[in-house]
Design a protein. Structure first.
Lengths: 323, 441, 762
């Protein structure tokens, strides 16, 4: 048992993550070819526009369901919304935000673009602290768009074109189908003004996504409404990211490697649960922490992956004692 | 000199010693005295310590110098980034001096109430008499310590070329961290120009790994001190870390690992380097620099054992490690800068929350019975922090002794009395606690 | 006494406006005087003019007082009404000149007030409906209460009327806990206080300095007297309902207020005005009981149904609460009293938020007019205004949300209050559903009421206005005169371009049904056909068929059939005559998003039946699913079958609704292919990408001297190329890529953020 623990604690988390992401990407983007269908309540961006996807991102059915007119929505027929939501919640609470860091196809694509940047040798950009605190609120605005726009449709204030407004804006719609050879989403729909605006905005956002993830690690995740939604329910999950504040020396190594620039991992030495709303649970922070047991990934109070001095030494390549 | 002729008329040769030689001689005397008390004042030293005793003897007593083949960069503070110096092919040499002789020399032009360490260092520099190296190519000083910062102009007047790195006094804010990162980056650029070598990714990576290995060696050593009974006394640990100031880093790392292997054997046998009820002491405060190891020596002569310390001649040097995300220069140099600033528990900062937490953590991990807080007379920041540290330690129920010292040898008697009294009180406490524990069973 | 205090943010008194309206003595006094004058004037008018003309009294009391000062301000600002209540205002002065005796114990019973409210007001409302709707009844109610109040104020001290006798005293105290304000004091100032000016100045003999510590405002009526005595008093904003999560001294009557008022108002109303107004109201138990009771004695003015509604509602609610709590107490091994009264506070939001929503909905649809007209009438003006919104407006639906917010909030409060009970976690989790039984009952009543009204409809007292689609006289044509005869799913009246074929939308029907009409004449000018000689066949998804008799719907002959399953349904009209067989066909695809059968090739395949001697089947392309439909530019293929055998060489003609037509001969396999052209070309602003264009396919063949003829109606949709462009998109994308990438690169290259000037050459 302790040998297994030691093996896990010394693991090269980046390689592990690369392979998990790749497998998840292939499974989800191409799964339809093998008739795999994991349902329409997936807590990650597996775009429904990809005909061969092995599931569908929860936002698309959610928006369609919320867009029903209110008489219907708030009657007993509306219980269907709750049951779909319950399934989404069940999917989510298994992995908490590790869905973002290990499985989300959009996240994987961003990591691949980052690899490309590293290969070329271009330096990354980061937000300053003040930019960070003001920009992080945008993901909640997108979440509001996902929830409120369809509701306003149901109330009769918005027209049918706005039904899945977020889906039109999402970069997943344009990029994910490309992997199965479907480029049809790269078009502007001229049938109405709203359609022109929404499809053009979708293209603009996708370009921003590509350029942004080239210069900033996990650019889109900072604005992702799914991340906001995850965070609201993350206290119920069984996977937790915990910190022992006493052991922390605030050396900042965890924050340095964090893709999402979460200051709190290093600076907060009081909280036990250190999972913040931006966290994608990529576990790079645990891998980079040189203190023994200061950060650990728990599955219902049992530590799964811990920061150890030994593991740190191995990952930095200094575990061979003598030359 | 003619030796012939009748005895009566033989001219006695008077050897007139010039001040420089006298100075050197006095220094050597001091070093010998200190080394002897370290080496021979206690029970069986670990065999591997011989290398270190030998090293000190060679360098301080016999006047051998090291690092003749590489550019030597003198540092006045541990915040000077070692990794960058190594990456550019230089050798960092810590200039902090512990000799009373040099302190007296420095006292000629320093105010009377200033820190002994600074006086000693300046005295040494003034004499152009650095014990460990032949020549000093360059001195780098991060503007941490007030008195050292102020003495930079004095040092420059002595003829050295000094580069100061701008160090912030507050480490919590984003601005201060960026400020320090820029200082480190400018330093790297400046140093590469001065030395004449380019900073490459490969050399930077190698340097980071080299320093990391040294840090891990020390961590291994200090882990062994967690054992009860301890396999080695604190005075030896201080000697080992003092050796780090000037020794070749790879050789040092290997030697420390050899020492650890021996100590591991001692632990397996259950060997106790101290006595049965020795209170475990945490030493914190101004750094003991060889040969001024008198306080740890006094503690251990009074039957205590220093198992852990929080000072910049030991623990702080090795505590925080560098972690890099992307192995490019922009990331590596920033990572190095972050390591030095963020984890630093030096009292020169505005807030000292981190130091309190570090002490509490060390106290818990090493099962400390008491803390000895030492500050050099004249070091304002250490003196001012002792109250809050005392309060913090009271909260977790650990007694603290506060002493102010300087390099003068005269204080010895009063100081050792106080320390002995403190150790005694700790022993009594320990006995009571043991009885309670046994009684409760 | 503190003369000056630096107020923290969140303290309403910090704000100048709120500080003024609450603390400025002159303003508050003026306000109280105005309200008292209006109050007495309304009562006086109620007596003076008690006819229907008097809309002032009812507007003041039921339009302004109840919806605004009680229902609206209560869950938001708290008990602010008590601060300006005329009874309290005058009562203070009456008490000053009164006897100032101590109220006897038997009168110090909050249930007096609660019962006055519960029975005296709401009980009477149900049993004698309309009494309080008339000006006279309203005036009598308030006049009586005023007299009682004045007597009590005169006799007893410490404003005991407000605490015990006033019908809304305890009720307001109970519901004010949900507000997002809290009246208390700055503890840092109170810690050193020796004079207790606030308590000394309180007319209710309360101790305001204790409110924060006790976490309860007690009987405080926000009269603001203490604010003049010391500046350390504050009126701070809190999270909504923050007071109700705290551990405060439990007042049993408050819990009973929650339960009884919930029974008296939302539940009784759901029974009486909701279920009682549905088409199955006779089945309801209270109606049955009332009917039975009516046989026993003559009620007269007494409304038996109302009485039993009230009784049953109370019975069910109290039973739900008590039984649920009793079980919960048993599970947690605690005594009933502690459990019931600690957790009973969770029922607070149910009434007040539902009432809040109702009051506001009513305001928008009716009250906004009533108040204006009433107040105007009271002062001699006669104006007529329209209310702000109409009954059926869609956005009013938002008010229906409130009862669910109330339910969610009630569950949450229950969860928080469970923390005050000391029991093991598992037991508490098991006890939770039982403790929330009243909430579940409330949910159940609401869902049941909605379900009943939806399924069985509302009772109507008068005939409906004619349906939306006015069926004017549709011209008809005799079958023999018609040039073409075909089947369609739309009556030839309204041109709709919307999604095809969804004839029903969630009405009272259980199984969806489809109506297909028989049309004749010109394709471009369809008319209804009558006097037919042929027969109708309906084929279901399993290819079973039966003959169906047509009915007249909207003046047209039509067949109606159930479409329970997912798949293709076909309708055939076959008319056999001496010259040949004329067949009209309509194929209808029923699908829904939840079906898993979208990939079933079997269901997709076009099939024929033996009764049809001459058939045209649309051959499905390989990749067709239930979600796809032929579009512009696609090729549609039709298989011609003579008695089930593919027949080549048959002339097949396709005609679109805009007049284009083309004839081909069926090939060796009997298949005729057509490419659907783009002929829907309206003005771009009228272009509807969901437009389904109708087309007809006809085939004619010789059959032993006779001529057989079949016509089938189909639809095709728009292809993406008609309205979306990839070329433009690509141009936009490339332009944006260059712009963004260039912009970012330029920004990174040129910006010298502070401290980032030094850059490395890798």
């Amino acid at each position: 048992m302790s040998r297994l623990k030691k093996f896990i604690d010394r693991a090269d988390i980046r390689r592990f993550r690369f392979w998990v992401q790749l497998s998840a990407f292939i499974l989800f983007v191409y799964g339809g070819y093998l008739s795999i269908d994991l349902g329409r309540e997936m807590p990650v961006f597996i775009c429904g526009y990809d005909q061969e996807a092995a599931g569908m991102c929860y936002f698309m059915p959610l928006q369609h369901q919320l867009a029903r007119d209110w008489e219907r929505l708030f009657s007993a027929a509306g219980l269907g919304v709750l049951s779909a939501f319950a399934i989404f919640l069940l999917w989510f609470i298994i992995f908490n935000k590790a869905w973002c860091g290990y499985i989300c196809p959009l996240g994987t694509m961003q990591d691949w673009i980052t690899l490309l940047r590293k290969k070329i040798g271009v330096a990354y950009s980061n937000y300053t602290q003040s930019q960070y605190s003001s920009l992080k609120k945008i993901k909640y605005i997108f979440l509001a768009i996902v929830i409120i726009f369809p509701l306003l449709m149901g109330a009769g204030l918005f027209g049918g074109e706005w039904r899945a407004a977020f889906c039109k804006m999402c970069p997943g719609r344009l990029i994910t189908p490309m992997f199965v050879g479907d480029f049809s989403q790269w078009s502007i729909d001229f049938s109405s003004n709203t359609a022109i605006f929404l499809t053009a905005f979708g293209i603009a956002f996708t370009i921003l996504f590509i350029v942004g993830s080239f210069v900033k690690k996990r650019f889109f995740c900072f604005y992702c409404p799914m991340s906001a939604m995850h965070y609201i329910f993350s206290p119920f999950s069984i996977l937790r990211l915990k910190k022992e504040g006493d052991k922390c020396t605030k050396c900042g190594d965890c924050y340095r490697v964090c893709d999402m620039q979460i200051f709190d991992i290093a600076d907060d030495v009081v909280s036990k649960n250190i999972l913040r709303d931006d966290c994608i649970l990529c576990l790079k922070c645990i891998a980079a922490c040189p203190e023994e047991d200061a950060l650990h990934l728990d599955i219902v109070n049992m530590a799964l992956f811990r920061s150890t001095k030994d593991g740190f030494a191995k990952r930095m390549g200094v575990d061979k004692e003598r030359e | 000199m003619s030796q012939s002729g009748p005895l009566k008329t033989r001219k006695r040769e008077r050897k007139v010693e010039d001040p420089k030689s006298r100075h050197k001689r006095h220094e050597a005397m001091e070093a010998v005295k200190a080394l002897d008390s370290i080496r021979f004042g206690f029970s069986e030293n670990p065999k591997e310590m011989e290398y270190f005793y030998d090293l000190f003897e060679r360098v301080y007593c016999s006047g051998e110098t090291l690092h003749t083949d590489k550019p030597t960069i003198g540092t006045l503070c541990i915040q000077a980034p070692y990794e960058i110096i190594y990456a550019l092919g230089g050798v960092p040499v810590r200039l902090c001096n512990g000799f009373h002789t040099d302190e007296q020399s420095g006292g000629d032009f320093m105010p009377a109430k200033s820190c002994s360490l600074v006086k000693a260092t300046l005295g040494m520099l003034n004499q152009h008499n650095i014990p460990t190296v032949d020549r000093l190519d360059f001195i780098v000083h991060p503007t941490t310590c007030d008195q050292k910062t102020k003495s930079i102009s004095t040092i420059e007047d002595m003829g050295y070329s000094v580069y100061h790195m701008e160090f912030p006094r507050h480490k919590e804010s984003e601005e201060s961290r960026e400020y320090w990162r820029r200082s480190v980056r400018s330093f790297a650029k400046e140093l590469s120009v001065k030395i004449g070598r380019k900073l490459t990714r490969k050399s930077m990576k190698e340097a980071i790994k080299k320093v990391a290995r040294a840090q891990l060696a020390y961590h291994r050593l200090s882990e062994l001190m967690k054992n009860d009974p301890v396999p080695i006394l604190g005075k030896d640990i201080f000697l080992v870390t003092n050796a780090f100031f000037f020794d070749d880093i790879e050789r040092w790392t290997n030697r420390v690992h050899a020492l650890c292997d021996e100590l591991q054997k001692r632990v397996d046998e259950g060997y106790n380097a101290a006595s049965k009820r020795s209170p475990r002491i945490l030493y914190t405060g101004s750094p003991p620099i060889f040969p001024n190891l008198k306080l740890p020596l006094m503690i251990e002569q009074a039957d205590g054992v220093v198992v852990a310390d929080e000072s910049c001649s030991a623990n702080r040097l090795f505590n925080d490690m560098v972690s890099v995300d992307e192995w490019f220069l922009y990331d590596m140099v920033d990572a190095v800068a972050d390591r030095y600033l963020k984890g630093c528990t030096c009292p020169i900062f505005t807030r000292n929350e981190d130091r309190k937490r570090r002490l509490a953590d060390l106290a818990k991990r090493y099962s400390i019975d008491g803390v000895v807080y030492q500050s050099f007379a004249g070091c304002q920041v250490y003196e001012m922090e002792q109250r809050s540290i005392q309060r913090e330690l009271e909260k977790i129920g650990i007694p603290m002794l506060y002493v102010e010292t300087d390099y003068s040898p005269g204080q010895g008697g009063q100081l050792s009395t106080r320390i002995e009294a403190f150790i005694e009180s700790l022993k009594v406490r320990k006995r009571r606690v043991d009885h309670k524990k046994r009684g409760a069973v | 006494m503190v003369r000056f205090f630096k107020r923290e943010s969140g303290d309403l008194f910090k704000n100048r406006f709120f500080g003024f309206i609450f603390k400025n003595r002159k303003f508050v006094f003026g306000l109280q005087v105005v309200i008292a004058l209006l109050f007495f004037y309304a009562i006086y008018m109620g007596f003076y003019d008690s006819s229907k003309d008097n809309i002032f009294t009812t507007a003041l009391f039921w339009g302004i007082f109840w919806p605004f000062f009680i229902v609206t301000t209560l869950p938001t600002l708290g008990r602010v009404f008590c601060g300006i209540c005329p009874h309290g205002f005058l009562g203070k002065y009456i008490t000053k000149i009164g006897l100032k005796r101590k109220m006897p114990k038997w009168l110090q019973n909050r249930y007096i007030g609660v019962m006055l409210l519960f029975i005296g007001w709401w009980g009477v409302y149900y049993v004698f409906p309309g009494v309080y709707r008339t000006p006279l009844g309203t005036a009598i109610l308030f006049a009586v209460m005023t007299i009682v109040a004045f007597i009590i104020y005169y006799l007893y001290k410490d404003m005991a009327y407000c605490k015990y006798i006033c019908p809304i005293g305890t009720a307001l105290r109970a519901y004010a806990k949900l507000s997002f304000t809290f009246f208390g004091s700055y503890q840092s100032a109170c810690a050193d206080c020796k004079t207790f000016d606030c308590a000394k100045s309180c007319p209710y003999a309360l101790s305001p300095f204790n409110f924060e510590k006790k976490k309860s405002m007690g009987d405080c009526t926000l009269c603001m007297e203490c604010t003049h005595s010391c500046e350390a008093i504050r009126f701070r904003l809190t999270a909504p309902g923050a007071a109700i999560y705290e551990k405060f001294k439990i007042v049993k009557e408050e819990v009973w207020v929650y339960i009884l008022i919930l029974a008296a108002i939302p539940i009784s109303m759901a029974f009486h005005h909701g279920l009682g107004r549905s088409n199955i109201s006779e089945e309801m138990i209270w109606v049955k009981t009332a009917a039975w009771a009516a046989t026993l004695f003559d009620a007269g003015n007494f409304n038996l149904t109302g009485l039993f509604v009230f009784l049953y509602a109370t019975l069910f609610s109290v039973a739900a609460a008590v039984v649920g709590m009793a079980i919960a107490a048993k599970i947690m091994k605690k005594d009933f009293s502690t459990t019931f009264y600690t957790l009973g506070y969770a029922f607070a939001p149910l009434f007040i938020l539902a009432s809040f929503a109702h009051a506001w909905e009513y305001f928008f649809t009716t009250n906004s007019a009533k108040i204006v007209e009433g107040m105007a009438w009271g002062f001699g003006f006669d104006i007529d205004v329209d209310p702000i919104a109409k009954r059926g407006d869609n956005w009013l639906q938002v008010f229906h949300l409130f009862r669910w917010i109330a339910v969610a909030w009630a569950f949450y409060i229950l969860y928080r209050r469970f923390k005050h009970i000391d029991a093991s976690r598992m037991r508490k989790i098991f006890a939770y559903p039982f403790a929330s039984m009243l909430i579940l009952f409330f949910i159940g009543v609401n869902i049941y009421r909605d379900y009943v009204l939806e399924t069985y409809g509302r009772k109507t007292h008068h005939t409906h206005a004619p349906q939306k689609h006015q069926v004017a006289a549709i011209s008809t044509i005799k079958e023999e005169d018609a040039k073409h005869i075909w089947l369609s799913d739309r009556v030839p009246l309204h041109e709709q371009g919307g999604p095809g074929g969804m004839g029903q939308r969630g009405q009272n029907t259980r199984v969806p049904q489809k109506s297909i009409y028989l049309l004749g004449g010109d394709f471009s000018k369809p008319l209804c056909v009558n006097e037919i000689k042929g027969r109708f066949f309906v084929v279901d998804t399993q290819n079973r068929y039966k003959e169906v008799k047509p009915v007249k719907k909207h003046g047209c002959l039509s067949v109606r059939f159930d479409t329970p399953a997912v798949g293709y349904y076909k309708v055939y009209y076959i008319q056999e005559s001496a010259v040949g067989t004329k067949i009209a066909k309509f194929e209808f695809k029923r699908y829904d998003h939840n079906s898993e059968e979208e990939y079933s090739k079997e269901k997709m395949r076009a099939k024929t039946i033996k009764e049809v001697p001459f058939d045209l089947l649309r051959v499905r392309p390989d990749n067709e699913t239930f979600y796809s439909m032929p579009a512009t530019g696609d090729t549609v293929r039709f298989l011609v079958l003579k008695s089930g055998v593919p027949s080549p060489g048959v002339t097949v003609r396709l005609t679109t609704q805009f007049g284009w037509n083309k004839s081909v001969k069926s090939d060796r396999d009997g298949v005729a292919s057509f490419k659907l052209i783009k002929d829907y070309m309206p003005e771009w602003s009228h272009f509807n990408r969901r437009f389904r264009e109708t087309y007809w396919v006809e085939a004619q063949a010789e059959n032993g001297g006779k001529i057989d003829y079949i016509v089938a109606q189909e639809r095709f949709g728009r292809s993406r190329d008609e309205y979306s462009s990839s070329a433009y998109a690509l141009i936009v994308a490339i332009f944006l890529l260059i712009a963004t990438a260039g912009g970012v690169a330029l920004y990174r290259y040129r910006t010298n953020r502070p401290f980032k000037e030094v850059k490395f050459d890798e």
